[in-house]
Ligand binder design. Structure first.
Ligand SMILES: Nc1ncnc2c1ncn2[C@@H]1O[C@H](COP(=O)(O)OP(=O)(O)OP(=O)(O)O)[C@@H](O)[C@H]1O
Ligand SMILES: [Mg+2]
Length: 324
């Protein structure tokens, strides 16, 4: 029923929004054009015996021996429930560095955000099948979904937002924590390393990654708040070891986004080394804009800026990982 005020008011239909005006719609693609790699800054490598950023003399890690045949793969979960600490960046670049030492690598995008897939130039929302389909549909095999990447010897099991449904759907499954290990079993002999990029949570997907893994690699941002979550993460790793996967160990803690110029970074580093000792890798990843740039380029830093400090650091990490 119209009130006296409404009666007689002329309702004017607003004009349709022009493409330039108003709030951007969800379908708007916000992207940056990749640009050429920087003139390479040929960074010096640290020498053995020199005191490294961890405050310890750098240990000698030889160039790894070549492998005559591949597999069975060692599965490493790249895990930290804190967001934005360098899990995805480390998965891509460690994987690419391992291939330079002749290792065959499978990267598993186990985060519904699909950042690992994006970082390798894949548009995850355009994919028909992802790791979600392998997990949830019996007639889709892991081989159907694995894709080659631009890096020779490195393959990708992509994911997209569909995977977020798996976390809920798996709850009622028998053996729900062992879904990922079952998924990977058919291809485990084809690779030397499987690196699982976990999402920033300790939910069922991450527990699946820990239940499948031989080791956990924990990227830790050199920042005060990073220290607070590590105890909880280690507690979870210990529970998974006791209840689900006795072989699970902590392969190493990787200090990331280190800024040698700030006292804060150096203090956090000293605290991490004091608390975790030799588990902390000698290799430390400095904070540099090169990493966000490589994401735009859709390539690992080892290819995009092969002589940069970041590329050299991930190669040093690969040598340490192979030696452990
Ligand atoms: N060493 C670094 N220096 C500077 N920026 C970095 C470094 N490592 C990663 N970044 C940038 O920080 C952001 C977060 O990194 P990344 O996506 O690897 O973290 P993440 O732990 O996987 O995050 P999430 O928890 O959201 O999955 C990205 O923009 C990445 O490019
Ligand atoms: Mg990530």
């Amino acid at each position: 029923m119209s009130t006296p005020e409404h009666a007689g008011r002329a309702w004017v239909t607003p004009p349709p929004p022009t493409p330039q005006s108003g709030v951007p719609r969800a379908s708007v693609e916000l992207s940056l054009a990749p640009h050429a790699a920087p003139a390479d800054e040929d960074a010096a490598e640290q020498t053995v015996g020199e005191i490294g950023p961890t405050g310890r003399p750098l240990r000698y890690v030889t160039d790894p021996p070549l492998v005559a045949h591949h597999g069975p793969a060692k599965i490493l979960a790249i895990c930290n429930q804190k967001g934005g600490v360098g899990k995805t960046t480390s998965t891509i670049n460690l994987g690419a560095a391992l291939t330079e030492y002749g290792r065959r690598v499978l990267l598993v995008d186990f985060d519904p955000q699909g950042a690992l897939s994006v970082g390798l130039g894949v548009h995850p929302h355009q994919l028909d099948q992802t790791i979600y389909n392998v997990i949830m549909e019996r007639d889709v095999t892991v081989r159907d979904v694995i894709m080659h990447t631009p890096v020779e010897g490195m393959d990708l099991l992509p994911s997209n937002i569909d995977l977020s449904a798996a976390e809920i759907q798996l709850v009622s499954e028998v053996g729900r924590e062992h879904t990922l290990v079952r998924t990977l079993r058919p291809v485990i002999d084809l690779y030397d390393y499987v690196l699982v990029d976990c999402q920033p949570s300790l939910g069922l997907l991450t527990v699946n990654a820990l239940a499948a893994a031989d080791g956990v690699l924990i990227p830790l941002e050199c920042e005060f708040f990073s220290l607070r979550g590590v105890a909880l993460l280690i507690d979870t790793i210990e529970k998974v070891r006791e209840r689900l996967n006795p072989k699970l160990e902590i392969t190493g803690i990787l200090a990331t986004m280190y800024d040698p110029r700030t006292l804060h970074s150096r203090e956090v580093m000293a605290r991490v080394v004091e608390a975790f000792g030799d588990v902390v890798f000698d290799t430390v990843i400095n904070r540099t804009v090169r990493f966000p740039e490589t994401t735009v380029a859709g390539e690992p830093i080892t290819r995009w800026a092969p002589r940069s400090a970041g590329a050299k650091a991930y190669r040093a990490l690969a040598r340490e990982v192979i030696a452990r």
